[in-house]
Design a binder for this molecule. Structure first.
Ligand SMILES: Cc1cc2nc3c(=O)[nH]c(=O)nc-3n(C[C@H](O)[C@H](O)[C@H](O)COP(=O)(O)O)c2cc1C
Length: 378
């Protein structure tokens, strides 16, 4: 890749040449293939951990072991394929979240991104001690300044330690959303508004903990000009997922990616997920049947999510998403970000990263020419 002026992303001593984190995508959409391709192009590649063991033969009998084994294998495979930074994305609502966190630390993941809940840990597992002592960085994913403040205050009090970076995920993101349905279209909750609020909420923790804490913007970021805009608003980088789902290297089946290329704006809908959060997905017959009250058969031997009551859930979200990842969009559905309808072809990660950098530079030159560039210049 030719040299460029886009600022690096630094999380402690971890450095990415291009300030883009590929958002973790479960179930099985971002594994070692996508994560290593992104890291090879200068970004940060993330493996999505939820349901990672579902493709193992013994998952139904022994889901905890299958998850641990699959996570270990995926981190190793990714690290063999790249020298760039590789992380793991966790939903803290997973019943085996802490066991899997220890696997990620053991396998020397460069970072762990903790989302969908308050990332507190059982002091007995000593995960925070191991994070503090080791090289794995902690990134917390939030959707409000309030959540960031609560997490940082609790960590400071309980662990005398705070996360190394924050991802602020706005309402245009894909997958589960940290908003009430009515907030999704409310301009008061737009990413442009949330980002400076989150930055202000975590600034007071930088001096006492002697570190700079980058804030990374996510949700609906589509072009290099968007990256430029959010970096001008104070972000140290961006997290993007939807664009990476439509790459050759993405670990989902071609049919899953085809659904991204084909979807129109009106096909992208907000659903009530059994996780207890709204989610954004491509509407299909499966989701129409769920909305019509048709209950899908559920066998739940493993209880993967603390927040899912499988006796009341209309379907198993882990199974529906795994089916979609495998290309079965009859017995499942695909999560997407709000801008997925703009995708018209599958590209390589290299092409995508190069176009994003080019667009960033164009936006920057335009801003310089018009005299509007202000903040955050490298
Ligand atoms: C298919 C898909 C699966 C996702 N799965 C997860 C996940 O398991 N954990 C998580 O924290 N976020 C998940 N997300 C959210 C992304 O990591 C990311 O933050 C968000 O989608 C960014 O917005 P964008 O897709 O518009 O770029 C998912 C998103 C998509 C599109």
């Amino acid at each position: 890749m030719k040299s460029n002026n886009i600022p690096k992303l630094r999380i402690g001593d971890l450095e990415a040449r291009i300030p883009i984190i590929q958002g973790g995508m479960s179930v099985g959409v971002s594994l070692s293939g996508l994560a290593s391709a992104v890291a090879n192009e200068g970004g940060i590649g993330i493996i999505g951990v939820s349901g990672i063991g579902m493709l193992e033969p013994d998952f139904a009998k022994n889901f905890r072991e299958a998850n641990k084994r699959a996570l270990s294998q995926e981190i190793r495979k990714a690290k063999e394929a790249t020298a760039g930074p590789i992380g793991v994305n966790f939903l803290v609502a997973l019943t085996d979240y802490e066991e899997l966190l220890l696997v990620a630390i053991e396998e020397k993941a460069d970072l762990v991104c903790l989302g969908a809940g308050l990332p507190l840990m059982n002091p007995k597992t000593a995960a925070v001690d191991r994070l503090r002592e080791g090289s794995t960085k902690v990134v917390t994913i939030v959707s409000s300044a309030r959540a960031a403040k609560i997490i940082f205050t609790q960590w400071a009090k309980k662990y005398h330690h705070v996360p190394d970076a924050v991802v602020v995920e706005g309402p245009l993101a894909g997958g589960h959303l940290g908003f009430k349905k009515e907030q999704i279209e409310d301009p008061d909750y737009a990413l442009e508004k949330l980002l400076p609020e989150v930055i202000a909420a975590i600034r007071p923790f930088e001096e006492p903990f002697g570190k700079s804490i980058p804030v990374i913007a996510a949700g609906g970021i589509y072009t290099g000009a968007d990256i430029y805009k959010f970096m001008q608003l104070g972000a140290s980088g961006v997290q993007m997922a939807t664009r990476f789902a439509a790459t050759w290297e993405c670990d989902a089946s071609p049919k899953f990616k085809e659904a991204y290329v084909k979807c129109r704006k009106e096909d992208i809908v907000i659903i009530n997920s059994p996780v207890g959060l709204p989610g954004r997905a491509i509407r299909n017959k499966y989701l129409d049947e769920v909305s019509a009250g048709i209950k899908k058969p559920i066998k739940c031997p493993w209880r993967c999510l603390k927040t899912c009551d499988f006796t009341k859930a209309p379907y198993c979200i882990a199974l529906a998403l795994t089916n979609a990842k495998r290309g079965d969009l009859v017995e499942g559905f695909a999560f997407v970000g709000a801008n997925a309808y703009r995708i018209d072809k599958i590209v390589s990660v290299k092409e995508l990263m190069e176009s994003l950098v080019e667009e960033y530079e164009e936006a920057k030159s335009k801003a310089i020419q018009s005299g509007s560039e202000t903040l955050n210049d490298p």
